[in-house]
Design a protein around this ligand. Structure first.
Ligand code: SAM
Length: 294
């Protein structure tokens, strides 16, 4: 970016269009937190034919067939739709990443296995770095299985070996059993592993924006600190309440955010009200915040 251009950009629109307009290899880090329900949920009813003299179709050798409506497949189709939705976006994300860049794809335990196979295809299995488990402890508890209390974040490098990863920049955490290490070590804390214990965004408090799928800024700080350098450009194509932007502001990175929901943009307009260095594309943050009284 040349001087005079705003440091940050926030787009209202489908991220596929936003991604297509971003030059090759120009982004240092991507964090993507797509919704599971893409709004493209479809139910397709399978048709099955059986031989029947009264059938409505004529087939091989003039035989008559009847068409039966099969069972409705919604889960499989929904899944095809989901991966069909993700695939072109992940391909664009790979294209815009710099050789030292990486992608964190935030999913939950329901779809992470299928998305992993898709990413292995698009990025290459050899670029896979981590499956991060974000464990929390909140909400109801299933009684017929182990209560699911984690999300999965898949980390892929654009080119493993060239990727930025700076453990020195990561905030250290307390040892689980500090009595087992020296007092100096206990005071320094330890590096996080691939299992991250972190509370969800507290239901009351300063961090809460009111956006239903808001992720904790502590998770984003860790990602941005470890996998980008100072002044890097970080892209979040499913920005929601703008948590990635908040982490970037705290750590001195530039950000490009996109969301197709005007409500998300309104929440971001409030969250970044004091930040002047943002270009808003397709959205007027002042008009909207006046309308919503914020
Ligand atoms: C799980 S939320 C992201 C929450 C975010 N990480 C946060 O901390 O607030 C997913 C977001 O993706 C947006 N979204 C879904 N499909 C999109 C698309 N095709 N283009 C842009 N945004 C999209 C939704 O509007 C929603 O805000």
């Amino acid at each position: 970016m040349t001087s005079g251009e705003p440091r940050h950009r926030i787009h209202l629109g489908d991220n596929l269009d936003v991604l297509r307009a971003i030059p090759d290899a120009s982004i240092d880090l991507v964090y993507a937190d797509p919704p599971f329900n893409t709004g493209k949920r479809q139910q397709r009813t399978r048709l099955r034919t059986v031989r029947s003299a009264e059938g409505d179709r004529t087939g091989f050798q003039g035989r008559r067939y009847a068409t039966l409506r099969g069972e409705t497949r919604s889960f499989g189709d929904r899944f095809d739709d989901y991966l069909g939705f993700l695939e072109p976006r992940l391909a664009e994300i790979r294209r815009v990443l710099a050789p030292h860049g990486s992608l964190y794809l935030h999913l939950d335990w329901r779809e992470s296995h299928a998305a992993k196979l898709l990413l292995d295809e698009i990025f290459g299995r050899e670029q896979f770095l981590n499956e991060i488990v974000w464990a929390y402890d909140y909400g109801g508890r299933a009684r017929d299985r182990w209560p699911a209390k984690h999300d999965t974040i898949l980390l892929y490098a654009r080119e493993a070996g060239r990727h930025v990863f700076d453990t020195g920049a990561v905030e250290r955490i307390p040892y689980m059993a500090p009595g087992l290490v020296s007092p100096e070590k206990a005071a320094r804390g330890k590096l996080p592993t691939d299992v991250w214990w972190h509370t969800i965004v507290p239901t009351v408090g300063r961090e809460r924006t009111g956006y239903p799928t808001q992720k904790p800024v502590g998770i984003l700080r860790r990602i941005v600190a470890a996998s980008s350098r100072a002044d890097a450009v970080v892209l979040d194509p499913f920005a929601g309440s703008g948590t990635t932007g908040a982490a970037c502001l705290a750590l001195g990175r530039r950000f490009v955010l996109a969301d197709e929901s005007p409500e998300a943009l309104r929440v971001m307009a409030r969250r970044f009200a004091g930040v002047s260095d943002i270009a808003w594309i397709g959205f007027d943050p002042h008009a909207e915040s006046e309308q919503s009284g914020g």
